[in-house]
Write a protein that binds this ligand. Sequence first.
Ligand code: SAM
Length: 234
Amino acid sequence: MAARSAHDDDLDAHDARQHEADEADDDILVPAVSVPDPAEAEFDALLPEEIRRHSRIHFTPTAVARRAAELLAPLGTEWVLDVGSGPGKLCTLAARARPGALFVGIEQRRALARLATTIADRLDVANALFLHGDVTDVDWARFDAFYLYNPFAEHIPQRVSCIDDKVELDPEHYDACVAHVEEQLARARVGTRVVTYHGFGGSIPFGYDLALDEEAGTDRLELWIKVYDERAAG
Ligand SMILES: C[S@@+](CC[C@H](N)C(=O)[O-])C[C@H]1O[C@@H](n2cnc3c(N)ncnc32)[C@H](O)[C@@H]1O
């Protein structure tokens, strides 16, 4: 049998330390549930109960909102339109993350647009503004970026639960809204950014590149950037 060298002793000592470390790792308890995001709880706590219960399905989760803010406003000075802003979760949280940018929400439910303004005030967020109206009423040309969290799904019966019965939901209006988004994006200038979460029911027009597509929340965030303007070219 070959004589043991000092090197063999070092290796044994290393193995012993590794074994202890492996056992210690086994003792680490991984929490079975994810830890709630404090900003999520802070925002949701400001919602009345009848709205809060829709938060998980209808409003952008906090972590997704922060990531969307980076994608929508990389310079930190952009004007962003949230198409169907609900109680303003995306706009308020993104505005907080990007204080030099402006986040505007357009929302068909008057009560939600008002609630959004109240919450943004309560959280001292001055660069998030909310309008009551239909997406077809807004001048899209003023904005550098658009956020779409499947805004019109409620207009299709049984597609998702309804937030309330305060607005008329109509499948024909769904088609009109989707067509309006496609038309406005087709008219937008080169450099326009579009972020979708759960899509919007239509197709991003020709001239946009899919710059990023990553897992987020319960779906994916897609970032589209307009790189070519057919109208300007021809
Ligand atoms: C899925 S929620 C998204 C809310 C918000 N963007 C967010 O990410 O937290 C869609 C919202 O769009 C609004 N909406 C649907 N159709 C609309 C329209 N044609 N004009 C304005 N708002 C609309 C709904 O009332 C609802 O509040």
